[in-house]
Design a protein around this ligand. Structure first.
Ligand SMILES: C[S@@+](CC[C@H](N)C(=O)[O-])C[C@H]1O[C@@H](n2cnc3c(N)ncnc32)[C@H](O)[C@@H]1O
Length: 265
């Protein structure tokens, strides 16, 4: 299994602009952390930590003193590292994916993961891997892109001629999950579900802003492609989004999937 290596390389390329282009993910991290039950979360594990949005929110809300951040993208970890000087926290940042992360079991008051779960290769196993790192009584908080996200874009991709690589279209159902599925994974991992829910938003943006986000989070899907071929596909995709854009911008759905669960004990 490629535990985030290819996806991580895509995020290496996006790391510099990530905080600016993915402002929505900072807001999502704040809402995930706001939804955790009150408690003492002195030591946390942040899986797919990226540039540290969720950890920053944990430090701000709970005064978290020790963060272990895990991510396969060295570029994203480096951005997180640059922020640490301004944060009063002891941090250990580890380049690894969720399935192979070298962190101890039963060691954390909370395990959190913001907007990374949809990239984890094996969803139930990933939840189990995060759950077993919790101390008894510890809390798992996950935020991910849910089923239905970017559906309008998937339909545009389906209609492009000559066809875009099949992986660009097939990726949507592979990565997105519903609230019911996430709740099942949490229970299968021995956790008590506290709350699982979806927020469906309609966003309207310029075609340029839309594709800047897609490129920032999914460039690994074009890795290794001939540059001319990639440019041709890119131009046709841009035209498809422009054609679907109305006077108020390109309208698309974004479903945020939240889950909070507790390890018994
Ligand atoms: C959209 S970013 C989210 C970063 C941050 N948590 C946030 O809330 O902004 C997704 C992150 O997941 C990481 N990732 C991808 N595959 C992974 C895996 N198998 N295990 C852990 N992290 C992974 C990527 O490298 C990337 O940094």
């Amino acid at each position: 299994m490629d535990d985030g290596r290819q996806v991580g390389e895509g995020f290496d390329r996006a790391a510099e602009e990530y905080d600016e282009v993915l402002l929505h993910n900072r807001q999502g991290a704040a809402r995930l952390v706001a939804a955790l039950p009150p408690g003492a979360y002195g030591e946390i594990l942040d899986v797919g930590c990226g540039t540290g949005f969720v950890s920053e929110e944990m430090i701000a809300r709970f005064g978290t003193a020790r963060v272990t951040g895990v991510d396969p993208s060295e570029g994203m970890l480096e951005r997180f590292r640059q922020k640490l000087a301004g944060l009063s926290v002891e941090a250990s940042l580890i380049q690894a994916g969720v399935h192979e992360m070298p962190v101890p079991d039963e060691a954390f008051d909370a395990v959190v993961s913001g907007m990374a779960f949809h990239w984890f290769p094996e969803k139930p196993a990933a939840v189990a891997a995060m759950a077993r790192r919790l101390r008894p009584g510890g809390v798992l908080g996950i935020l991910a892109a849910g089923t239905g996200t970017d559906e309008e874009f998937r339909e545009i991709l389906e209609g492009i001629e000559p066809p875009v690589p099949r992986a660009w279209v097939d990726v949507f159902p592979l990565i997105h999950r519903s609230a019911g599925q996430l709740a099942d994974y949490m229970e299968q991992a021995g956790l008590e579900v506290v709350d699982v829910w979806e927020e469906r938003r309609v966003r309207r943006v310029t075609p340029e802003a839309y594709l800047a986000r897609i490129n920032a989070v999914a460039s690994h899907l074009s890795a290794g492609m001939d540059p001319d071929e990639a440019a041709g596909h890119g131009a046709r995709v841009m035209q498809g989004v422009v054609d679907a854009t109305g006077p108020r911008g390109f309208e698309y759905a974004f479903v945020k999937l939240f889950g909070v669960a507790r390890r018994p004990g």
